[in-house]
Structure formats: C-alpha cells, structure tokens
Design a protein around this ligand. Structure first.
Ligand SMILES: [Zn+2]
Length: 434
C-alpha cells in the first residue's frame, strides 16, 4: 500500500484511468475490498478501577522464552535470573497477525499499540479493513495529556516504534514514517539510530531539539519542554557483543532509557514510554547466540534502569514482552556463567512460539490475564477513564492523507488485478522482513 508514491509518480491521466478501473472493480467485486471489522483476538476482559500515572512498555524484538533463559545462564549461571523475570506477574501470549500464524514486527507491534490485528508489514492502519488510521497507545496517552517517548536500538523509523508513532500501509515507507512522527504523532522523546527517513534537518524543521551522541543526550536538561530527537548514527545501533568502539560516543539502550526517564519524570500528567531492544531479532535471524545473549542482557539492563527508577514510586506500570520469537531457539545445555549455553536453532526467521510477558507495578496483576498480543493494549490502558482533555498536536494532512489513501487503495486494487502475476513474482523475490 503506497498510495502517495503512486499518485506522485504516475501521469494524472493514467492515474485517473486506473482510478476509474478501480471504481468499476469496486462495484463489481465489493467483497474483495469492502471494509470489515477485525474482531479482537482475545476474550480476556482487562479492566481496572485505577490507572497508572506512567506506563513503560518494553518490547524485546524476537525475544522468546529461550532467549531469556540463555541470557540468564550466560550472566548468572542459571535460568530465571534476569531482572524482568523477577517481576511478580507473568504470562505468555500468542503473536499471530491478521494474515499469518507468524507475525512480523510491524503487525506484532501494531497489535500491542492498537489492540487490532493487521497484516504483516502494516503499521497501525486497518488492513484488512478500510485502511483507516488506528489510534495507537502513544496517541491515546497524548489525548490524556501525558507525554510520550519511543526508544529503540534499531533506526528510529523501524517497524516496532513506527507502529506506535506512524500510520502507514508499509513498514518500508520510512520517509512517510518519519513525517508521521514529526508532524502528526509527535513523540516527545524519539531516541534511536538515525537516517532512514529522519535527518537532523527535518527534525529541527519540525521543532525538535536534535542530539547526535551520548554526550549531547546526557546534556539535555529536564524538564523537557519541547520535543527531542536523538539520532544516533546512520542505521541501527551496533551489536553490544561486537563493537565496543561503536559505543564510544553512541548511547547504550539502558543509557537512552535513563536519559528519557530523567526528561519525562516531571511530566505534569505522567507519560507513556515504549522501549525496544530491536536487535535481539537481528541476532536471531543470524542464529548468533553471542550477539543474541548480549542484546538480551542490555535489554534487561534497560529494564533494570526503569525498575530502579519506578521502585521508588507507586504510580507506574512496567510491562516487558516481545513481538515474536526469532530463530526457533532451544537451549540444550547450560555451560555456566560467562559461557554461552549450547543451543539449537530451528529457523532463520520468526516463529509462532508464544512469547513471555512480565509486569510490575500498578495493574501488573492484570498481566496474568494476557493471552494474546492485543491484550497488551488493554493492559496499558486499564483504568484510564474520563474525557480526554488534550487535542492531538496537529490536524495537518490527516484528511488529505485519508482521501489519498482511499484513492490509492482503488488504484492498488486495479494494479493488483491487472498485473497480479507480476505482483506475485515481486512478492516472492522480496527479502524476509527483519
Ligand atoms: Zn525479524
């Protein structure tokens, strides 16, 4: 679904012709593109009479239960010893998407961000459905006058944060994802790798303070009054295992979390923060246990930073989970602290294995009811009541974009039917989403 590039590149007459063909097909084949509601995937009813002031959602991309076990064995000599595993409530949840038993990060994060299942590759728009924008946790909390942050070790426009801060039919549209961040959803803190649609120039033009390294990030003085974009390097942050020199000037995930909490902790109505350990997944795709363990340990260190901060308070919910498992990892033998466990991998892609959920703080006990990734949305919002008092930051382009998207969908249906064989071939040649 790339309505904007299609309308931008094709001659108007050609577009009009395709649109007419699309309208005709819409009349002839209504069942193929008629909007249909996506039923909630879980029967769990997660409600509360109290709401946390702050909600912190940690997502280990590709972090299944075996990844967690392996990291505990390496660090402490036994499984069950990570900080996230010390949280008092836990569960496991399914992660399937609207079109596949095996989700990608876009659909997995969209399920958590919006409570709705979408097709793989889709970022918080109703596909299947009418393509309309699905309100994300970031947007919901903004409407309740809370501040919001997105922090990741991937580049900042990557699929997981994008599901919380963008509405796009394709995770590949990083330029539009960046535009959604900067001019529509406006996360107050946006920390991750740079480039890929973001630049210091376009962030500054949107009113963001831009920081490019650890020193600049740590020099930010709370309270945060405007918005800040941390663009650390020009792609994903380095693997923790590989590259000590890569972190000479760039911040570790735990440092990004520490800085973010310092900036947001005095927000008048609290905050929502999504933190992704994004490269556990990449190491899983490569079946690299050393990188996988080190990424998981830094992720757990970031959880520890948040837990240490929150444990002095009584107003915060911390949820730790994953979007899916990657690699089909199984731990065969524990080789003691400081040694990587013996493992097998069953895949170089994602799997349908249910993933762990850990929770601490206000409403954490409700995590025991979580059975599916869509339940994370309900858990994060439990207890939030009353009328939203803050309006979204901007109405720019929202109407125009919806219109464009609908026209784009009609065009896409036309093109898809007209060159179906080509589309299939192209889809098969596409690399597996990471
Ligand atoms: Zn992946």
């Amino acid at each position: 679904m790339k309505p904007k590039p299609v309308t931008g590149k094709l001659p108007p007459l050609f577009v009009a012709t395709l649109a007419m063909v699309g309208v005709a097909l819409h009349v002839l084949l209504p069942q193929t593109i008629t909007a249909r509601a996506i039923a909630p995937a879980s029967s769990a009813v997660i409600t509360s009479t109290v709401a946390p002031r702050n909600v912190i959602l940690f997502i280990g991309d590709g972090m299944g239960a075996e990844q967690v076990r392996a990291a505990g064995m390496y660090q402490n000599g036994s499984a069950g010893t990570l900080v996230m595993e010390s949280f008092p409530y836990s569960s496991t949840m399914t992660t399937y998407s609207a079109d596949s038993a095996i989700t990608d990060s876009a659909a997995g994060a969209t399920a958590m961000a919006t409570g709705q299942k979408v097709k793989n590759g889709v970022l918080s728009v109703a596909i299947p459905g009418d393509g309309s924008e699905l309100e994300t946790l970031l947007e919901r909390f903004h409407r309740y006058c809370k501040r919001a942050g997105l922090v990741t070790t991937t580049y900042a426009t990557h699929a997981t944060p994008a599901a919380f801060g963008a509405h796009e039919g394709s995770r590949a549209d990083t330029t539009y994802i960046a535009a959604d961040y900067l001019t529509q959803t406006k996360p107050d803190v946006l920390f991750g790798g740079g480039a890929n649609g973001l630049s210091p120039v376009n962030a500054a033009a949107a009113g963001y303070t831009v920081v490019l390294n650890r020193a600049e990030m740590q020099a930010l003085a709370p309270p945060l009054t405007g918005r800040v974009s941390g663009q650390f390097g020009v792609t994903h942050l380095p693997y923790e295992y590989d590259d000590a020199s890569g972190y000479a000037t760039l911040p570790h995930l735990s440092e990004m979390v520490s800085a973010t909490l310092r900036l947001l902790e005095n927000a008048p109505n609290g905050f929502f923060l999504m933190v992704e350990g994004g490269r556990i997944d990449h190491a899983g795709h490569d079946n690299n246990i050393a990188r996988n363990v080190f990424e998981t340990l830094e992720f757990d260190h970031a959880v520890e930073v948040a837990y240490t901060w929150a444990s002095a308070r009584t107003d915060t919910l911390i949820i730790v989970t994953a979007d899916h498992e990657t690699g089909g990892l199984t731990v065969i033998a524990n080789n003691g602290a400081g040694n990587f466990p013996t493992v097998t991998w069953a895949s170089t892609g994602h799997t349908a294995t249910p993933v762990p959920v850990y929770a601490w703080g206000v409403n954490a006990e409700l995590a025991a009811q979580v059975t599916d990734n869509t339940d994370i949305h309900a858990l994060a919002l439990a207890g939030l009541t009353g009328t939203p008092a803050c309006t979204p930051g901007s109405t720019r382009l929202v109407t125009l974009r919806s219109d464009t998207r609908q026209i784009g969908q009609l065009i896409l249906v036309s093109v898809t039917i007209g060159v179906g064989a080509y589309s299939l071939l192209e889809a098969r040649s596409r690399p597996v989403p990471r």
